[in-house]
Design a protein around this ligand. Sequence first.
Ligand SMILES: C[S@@+](CC[C@H](N)C(=O)[O-])C[C@H]1O[C@@H](n2cnc3c(N)ncnc32)[C@H](O)[C@@H]1O
Length: 195
Amino acid sequence: MNGKAERFLAAAAQAPDAGIWVEVGCVRIPEELQSEGWSTVHLSVAAGGRGIPFYSVDKDANALMVAQESVQAHGDGHKTTFVLDTGREFLGRNEQAIGFLYLDGGGGPGETLAEFMEAERLLRGNAIVAIDDCQSHGGFVHGKGTDLIPYLISGGWNVEWFDTGGEYKMVVADRRGTELPDMHQRCAKETACPT
Ligand SMILES: C[S@@+](CC[C@H](N)C(=O)[O-])C[C@H]1O[C@@H](n2cnc3c(N)ncnc32)[C@H](O)[C@@H]1O
């Protein structure tokens, strides 16, 4: 299994039994590579195994078709719904409580923050949020999480950085004070976190 999947599955395992799972940014390659999370396939299996409804949202119809076929071939479509939309639009109209939110869209730091802000009102108190590609890149100090991470920290979330292979980093956030495996680094404040 690839390093990104190991991390978001560990994060999702901490999510409550109640509340839907949502990913923004679906699988776009029909086989697993070390550089890709293959998130839709892995999360469909994990959510399906727990009987949790899982929504995979992507604005690209071709990517969504690849994701759907990949889940049919390798995953668990039983509880998986594919949504052709932007993450922001879907999360803005969603009315179901969310237990796990995986942000991996390609819209950049501002869009990632906007997605979270649309989801925020429906995040359960013990919800888990994971943000992929939080390594410094494209001039953004925390990649996709550059705008969202300070917002989370100022809102009292615990924010943790994980290496997921190569230069890639994923951030996992919760409000529970839950002890996670030793491989993580807990950041008391943003300036203490690796970039
Ligand atoms: C990095 S890929 C996702 C990879 C996937 N999560 C995986 O683990 O294999 C990013 C995806 O986000 C989609 N995307 C970009 N902007 C988006 C937006 N605003 N809303 C929803 N999806 C978006 C792209 O079409 C692309 O399929």
